[in-house]
Write a protein that binds this ligand. Structure first.
Ligand code: CU
Length: 326
């Protein structure tokens, strides 16, 4: 009866807690081999730690409130040595060995070449470069697509300050450090969209430096990649001209057009990405117009200059053009 009441009391709380763990950006979601290891490690450490807390609290209660026989029991030298030295040494050593064993992650399966992607942290967005075996590259930004069940190898670097690349549902966090290339390997185990976030304070707009990772079947990944390799497909010639006339091409590349800038995100297929501004807005014509007109408000401090000189018609024209860049 009392156990039933306890369960009834705890159930809503536990439901709320576990709902919070089901998020697109939760380390406990475990939608990748590596994050599954991390989640298991978390639960084992939590259980082990809780057990120790319960044990220590019980011993303390006995020492304070117990009768004289119990007090004598806990204050015996043998009890102190056993519970105060032997037990912690055994438990902590076991957890340490287990933690090291866990760190030794599964090697990629033989004969399975990883998908190689370079991700460069920039204040405050992500440059993403797919590297094919023949040395050719395809650049995009603020979104990763990876095939389900295939090992992925990320080369993580930075163009400016320290950033930290973290997609909690897929893998652990790895810093992007000036002058150094770090490697992160993971294999996604569930086809879905998850979210990542810069996890190291990198200046003003750090909190607005997110991105999405789309995990999809190997077949749709390959057709997406082929689409990305192609030049821009827009037939909106007036929009393309306006883009150059407004000076956008000085910072943004749109392959197949005269826009060849590399300071900002590559926009060749920006209309097909889930978000713009590194996770700030969901993509769509409205979003492009809002970004051009008020990005300094939507993402304060970002490195794109304000374009107050553009008329509403020009802004809408540019937005419509960007939306055609599928
Ligand atoms: Cu950051």
């Amino acid at each position: 009866m009392r156990a039933g009441r306890l369960a009834a009391t705890l159930a809503p709380g536990l439901a709320v807690l576990s709902a919070g763990c089901d998020g697109v950006q939760s380390a406990l979601s475990a939608y990748g081999q590596e994050s599954a290891h991390a989640a298991t490690l978390f639960w084992i450490m939590l259980l082990g730690g809780s057990g120790i807390v319960v044990f220590v609290t019980a011993a303390t209660c006995l020492a304070i409130f117990g009768n004289s026989a119990m007090k004598r029991l806990v204050s015996r030298e043998r009890s102190v040595v056993a519970a105060g030295i032997a037990l912690p040494v055994a438990v902590l050593s076991a957890l340490l060995v287990y933690g090291f064993w866990m760190l030794d992650l599964d090697p990629p399966p033989d004969g399975f070449e990883p998908i190689r992607i370079s991700v460069v942290g920039e204040q405050w967005w992500w440059r993403v470069i797919y590297r094919a075996d023949d040395g050719s590259t395809i650049e995009t930004a603020n979104e990763l697509r990876v095939p389900l069940g295939r090992p992925v190898e990320l080369e993580l670097t930075t163009a400016d300050v320290i950033h930290s690349f973290w997609v909690p549902p897929l893998a652990g966090k790895v810093d992007m450090i000036p002058g150094q290339a770090n490697t992160l390997r993971f294999t996604a185990t569930s086809a879905r969209i998850v979210r990542g976030q810069c996890a190291e304070y990198c200046g003003g707009a750090h909190a607005l430096m997110g991105f999405y990772v789309v995990v999809e079947s190997p077949a749709s990944f390959l057709s997406w990649l082929a689409g990305q390799r192609a030049d821009a497909q827009s037939t909106d010639a007036a929009g393309a001209e306006l883009f150059l006339a407004a000076g956008c091409g000085g910072c943004h590349r749109i392959r197949g057009t005269g826009a060849a800038g590399t300071i900002g995100p590559d926009l060749t297929h920006v209309g097909s990405r889930l978000s713009i501004g590194a996770g700030v807005l969901r993509t769509g014509p409205d979003a492009f117009a809002r970004w051009i007109a008020s990005h300094a408000v939507l993402k304060p401090g970002n490195r794109m200059p304000p374009f107050g000189v553009l008329s509403d018609a020009e802004t809408d024209g540019l937005a419509a053009y960007l939306a055609t860049l599928q």
